[in-house]
Ligand binder design. Structure first.
Ligand SMILES: Cc1ncc(COP(=O)(O)O)c(C=O)c1O
Length: 361
């Protein structure tokens, strides 16, 4: 079976070198040496000053809301993984959905102002599939209305414009290091902050609010990353350049194949920021066509995924979500194709052929 993604396994010897250090130290979690090393190396790699490692990308979002004191309504995108909306609902925050741009698939900044109410406290955009949002426009709106700006950057590891990483924007950004992501720690995530005060608060919140022996300063939670997760992260980071080169090769081949097919719409990338080759979404003209193609791929043991379906404003447990026609239409017609560094070239040719044959018949 060829899945939409394949978790990257570093060579055992490489991983073992890090795991040996855990055995030598006798220290498995709570700010261990490997966690510190990973934090330092990621800060340097991503060009950010304040980074807090956590146990997953969903809790990274929830802790970010607490750090920044988010309340009531949060303006967000309906086109994302369900964790974006669920993290808000879990914190008793109300998502207010603003529709997306039809070509970038990111929140449409032009529609945000009319959705702001006296109860709005924050904007939560997503750099969907690693495609950077219009960060300058979002910056202006958030400042104009004194709203906090938190980016769900779960897909946006290693997205920069050459000088500046996209994680430097907003009041906070969060990453997911789930095993399916281009950089991973099996399960894991990070919160990127921009000042010492927020960083210190986040460090407290992820460890129950405990500041010292017998001293609890804040109502916190437990979402620490452990040493085994950090070991995996360090081993994957050692190989990251190769991972990225492998993904780029697959990504380029899809682009070459599909740009000349008018029946397939591709995501338009923010010109300023380079793509991280994390996903390869294709959009068909109808849901019926998508289902037909997906079935044929499944018949050949190929498992693309409907990322993201449904549009989040249509989640059954939401009561008063407003319609978002662009997102709803896209969610019905979009399929993410397999992309990982060692995707076999013949297999990729077969995927492309199945799709094109179905489109032109
Ligand atoms: C956009 C987005 N936000 C948040 C998350 C949650 O991350 P995690 O699975 O690490 O909790 C994901 C996970 O895939 C995601 O795609």
């Amino acid at each position: 079976m060829i899945n939409v993604t394949k978790s990257y396994f570093p060579q055992r010897e490489k991983l073992d070198k890090y795991i040996d250090q855990i055995y030598a130290s006798g220290w498995m979690t709570n700010n261990g040496k490997l966690l510190e090393e990973l934090e330092q190396r990621l800060k340097a790699f991503l060009g950010v000053e304040y980074l807090v490692l956590v146990s997953n990308g969903t809790l990274a979002l929830q802790v970010a809301y607490h750090v920044l004191g988010i309340k009531n309504e949060v303006i967000t995108t309906p086109f994302s993984f369900v964790a974006t909306t669920n993290s808000l609902l879990w914190e008793n925050l109300t998502p207010v959905f603003v529709d997306i741009e039809p070509h970038t698939f990111n929140i449409d900044p032009g529609l945000i102002e009319s959705a702001i109410s006296p109860n709005t406290t924050a904007i939560l955009p997503v750099h969907v599939f690693g495609n950077a949002c219009e960060v300058e426009k979002l910056d202006i709106i958030s400042k104009k209305y004194s709203l906090k700006l938190i980016y769900d950057a779960a897909h946006a590891f290693d997205v920069s414009d050459g000088n500046s990483n996209v994680l430097r924007y907003g009041d906070a950004s969060t990453l997911s290091f789930h095993a399916t992501k281009i950089f991973h720690t099996i399960e894991g995530g990070a919160i990127i902050l921009h000042n010492e005060e927020d960083y210190t608060k986040a460090k407290l919140l992820i460890n129950f609010g405990i500041s010292d022996y017998d001293k609890v300063d804040l109502l916190g939670i437990n979402c620490k990353m452990n040493e085994f997760q950090a070991a995996m992260g360090l081993a994957v980071l050692d190989d990251f350049e190769q991972i990225s080169i492998g993904r780029e090769r697959v990504w380029e081949k899809y682009v070459d194949a599909f740009t000349k097919i008018p029946e397939v719409q591709l995501q338009v990338n923010n010109e300023r920021f380079k793509n991280n080759y994390s996903y390869f979404p294709v959009v068909f003209q109808s849901e019926a066509k998508l289902l037909e193609i997906k079935q044929e791929l499944n018949n050949q043991n190929i498992n693309p995924r409907r990322y993201f379906y449904p549009s989040l404003n249509r989640l059954e447990y939401l009561q008063h979500a407003n319609p978002c026609p662009v997102s709803e239409s896209l969610a019905k017609r979009i399929l993410c194709l397999p992309i990982f560094p060692d995707l076999d070239e013949n297999a990729q040719d077969a995927i492309i052929k199945i799709i094109i044959d179905k489109l032109i018949k």
